[in-house]
Design a protein around this ligand. Structure first.
Ligand SMILES: Cc1cc2nc3c(=O)[nH]c(=O)nc-3n(C[C@H](O)[C@H](O)[C@H](O)COP(=O)(O)OP(=O)(O)OC[C@H]3O[C@@H](n4cnc5c(N)ncnc54)[C@H](O)[C@@H]3O)c2cc1C
Length: 348
């Protein structure tokens, strides 16, 4: 399976939803990406009477999961339902949610009073102008190239003990190692099952970790995994090794490579940085501020380990910061107007 085929097997779009029309003229903020981060950012902005348009291509990272877990009050709710409610709430306060894909976003000429402007273009050729941008496009999980792995992603192939751990507790679980972070991953899954096998799959496992694994009853297999094996019902039943042996497993835990979704955003000039655990993300500071004036980032595109709650919280913080900066810009513009009309009035 090529990388593209693997991504297609893993990617799922949420059920199509009605799109709002794109706003005319200049809006206060365009939010690129309508997952938990983007929608919460938009909610804060809309509730602050800011004109806000969310542009979303409808493929959130957790679309393959049946339910969101570990999120207080919403635990067990399907991802599509949380997002449906989120869109409804943004719209309730006058925000718009447009189904579409952003293919370019870049700074435009500032307004006459010197305020920032951005042009955002969609794949269908439409454009919109915004004063500020919140990027919340999430990330792409890239699994190791093992035949049969991608089709079980989000069900029997899992990455996060807090998202799916309870659901796979006490099962025969295999850790398919992808790097040093898999060692820590193993202890978290060991907490959930006594039947844990660690497949090194070409990665290093130091002697100290081997001793610690042995102490916890974690079996180690160094022979590479060649494919995932299913039972007659199509459920994951094990892995085949390079020597032909099949090791029975019901669940595989894999740390994917996490790549920020930056396509189409190059024109913003946002720096990307390396992060722990084979991840990369847009560099950001407090409340998602970036070194590019007028552009904020939130959620998995900057913080790959943020779960739904943390992503939503980051979006809310960024939305509030954008509103604060707009309030300052509005006041600067008002003062400038008075100064221009009557140069002495502004100093009184
Ligand atoms: C299988 C799986 C299960 C998970 N289960 C849980 C769980 O149980 N509990 C939990 O808390 N977390 C869970 N997570 C983590 C959760 O998915 C993330 O925390 C969350 O999705 C991050 O939200 P986000 O808004 O940053 O990104 P996303 O939810 O990925 O949303 C990004 C949005 O931006 C859109 N987008 C991207 N590029 C563009 C573009 N160019 N133009 C327009 N739109 C664009 C996408 O279509 C998408 O709708 C799980 C993750 C996976 C992979």
């Amino acid at each position: 399976m090529t990388d593209k085929e693997q991504q297609e097997a893993m990617a799922v779009t949420t059920p199509p939803y009605a799109s709002d029309p794109l706003a005319e003229g200049t809006v206060d903020a365009v939010v690129i990406g309508g997952g938990a981060a983007g929608l919460n950012g938009a909610l804060i902005l809309a509730r602050s009477l800011r004109s806000v348009v969310v542009i979303d291509s409808g493929a959130p990272r957790n679309a393959r999961a049946d339910a969101v877990h570990g999120l207080i009050a919403l635990d067990g709710t399907p991802p599509s339902e949380i997002l449906r409610r989120g869109r409804e709430q943004v719209r309730q306060y006058g925000g718009r949610v447009v189904f579409g894909e952003v293919v370019s976003a870049e700074p435009a000429a500032p307004s006459v009073d010197g305020d920032l402007r951005f042009t955002v273009s969609l794949a269908d050729g439409r454009h919109i102008t915004a004063r500020r941008i919140l990027v919340a496009t999430g990330l792409t999980d890239v699994l190791p190239q093992v035949p049969g792995l991608a089709e079980h992603w989000g069900h029997s192939v899992v990455h996060c003990p807090y998202c799916h751990g309870w659901e796979v507790r006490d099962e025969p679980i295999g850790i398919l190692a992808t790097g040093p972070a898999s060692i820590g991953h193993a202890y978290l899954f060991r907490q959930l099952t006594e039947d844990l096998t660690y497949f090194t799959h070409g990665t290093d496992l130091d002697e100290d970790s081997r001793a610690r694994f042995a102490a916890r009853g974690i079996r180690v297999i160094d022979t590479p995994v060649t494919e995932v094996v299913n039972d007659e019902d199509g459920a994951l039943s094990g892995v085949r090794l390079a020597d032909g042996q099949v090791v029975a497993r019901r669940v595989l835990a894999v740390g994917p490579q996490m790549q920020p979704r930056t396509q189409g955003l190059e024109g913003l000039g946002l720096p990307v940085q390396d992060l722990p655990n084979m991840a990369r993300g847009f560099a950001s500071g407090v409340a998602g501020i970036t070194e590019v004036p007028g552009v904020w980032v939130a959620g998995n595109v900057t913080d790959p380990v943020a779960q739904v709650g943390a992503s939503a919280a980051a979006g809310a913080l960024a939305g509030a910061d954008i509103n604060k900066m707009l309030a300052t810009a509005d006041t600067d513009a008002a003062l400038q107007k008075i100064t221009k009309a009557s140069p002495t009035a502004a100093t009184r």
